[in-house]
Design a binder for this molecule. Structure first.
Ligand code: VAH
Length: 313
């Protein structure tokens, strides 16, 4: 049996697929067990467990069989998908997190779990949103993130579980299709630009949202998990930030390299985006574990276009 002590759930998702690659490089592929509810593509590099994380017995068997010591629990229905099926979003997002936390107590596991800026709501201060502030989200996704953060803090304080979390902004990548998010408009805008196709944006042109290039999100995740526990002061979830932009500004920056057309036709995503912050204060993460992004807005756009135009470079 191959050695593995890291389990990644949601491995085939947008973040999971790139986190597995980074963990393979940092440790080794035989130390990383991938899992998802669907089967991987042919030639997938890691050992893979077909796993429904809402099934506690299956998850426990997997932990026991593979001597798992660390779980990156990425499974989640995102904001737009969650609004189409709020009951399932609660069951998957919170049900699976509670199971992971209970197993973390039993098997002394270290856990990473992603929260999101979606944990903030319409009455949260929108500019430079503080680490500790009003959190009354208006999406089920956001509700599961606030509830999940409080569950994480409770399990840390009550049982000593080492569970670490980041409030990811919108994360943009070129390698994998995004899935069911509101910030995913930015991914689709790039995909259209490189095909010189017109893009119809489902948000209004002035909708400013906090965003981040995938490589920085992965760096933050690994940096937080490597930080000495005694340096950490936040056991709900850390604010994390790189830059913010509007669809109009993204269109203008991409068009400096590749002119293309964008029109705006806001749909059901708009009220979700309107409930979120414009920018995030991540000074606590910078203080506690030396967080700092490597990609600013213009470098992010340049790199995205470079790899989308020639992905196998
Ligand atoms: C979403 N990409 O749009 C996710 C993210 C900040 C938003 O959590 O739902």
């Amino acid at each position: 049996m191959a050695k593995s002590n890291i389990l990644v759930t949601g491995s085939l998702g947008q973040i999971g697929s790139e986190l597995v690659t980074a963990l393979n490089q940092k440790f080794s592929p035989d130390a990383v067990l991938s899992s998802d509810i669907q089967t991987p593509p042919a030639g997938y590099p890691n050992e893979f467990a077909l796993l429904d994380v809402t099934d506690p017995e299956k998850l426990e068997n997997c932990i026991h069989k593979h001597s798992i010591t660390t779980i990156y629990h990425l499974v989640s229905l995102l904001s737009a998908t969650g609004e189409k099926d709020p009951q399932k979003a609660w069951q998957v997002n919170i049900g699976s997190l509670k199971t992971v936390l209970d197993l973390a107590v039993k098997y002394h596991l270290k856990v990473f779990w992603p929260s999101s800026i979606a944990a903030f709501g319409p009455n949260t201060p929108k500019d430079q949103t503080p680490q500790d502030t009003i959190m009354q989200p208006t999406t089920m996704y956001g509700v599961t993130k606030v509830a999940g953060e409080l569950l994480c803090q409770y399990y840390h304080q009550k049982y000593g579980v080492d569970i670490r979390s980041l409030r990811y902004p919108g994360i943009i990548s070129w390698k994998t299709e995004p899935g069911g998010g509101t910030t995913d408009y930015a991914n689709y805008m790039f995909f259209k630009a490189v095909k010189n196709e017109a893009y119809v944006c489902f948000l209004s042109k002035d909708t400013q949202l906090p965003m981040m290039y995938m490589d920085d999100a992965i760096k933050a995740t690994l940096d937080l998990m490597a930080a000495p526990a005694e340096k950490l002061t936040v056991w709900t979830s850390y604010n994390l930030s790189a830059f913010s932009f509007t669809p109009e500004r993204l269109h203008a920056e991409i068009s400096r390299h590749l002119p293309f057309s964008v029109t705006y036709s806001p749909d059901f995503h708009q009220p979700i985006a309107d409930s979120w912050p414009h920018s995030i204060d991540d000074s606590v993460a910078r203080r506690d574990w030396n967080w700092s992004p490597e990609y600013n807005f213009s470098r992010f756009v340049t790199v995205m276009l470079k790899f989308l135009k020639s992905p196998h470079v």
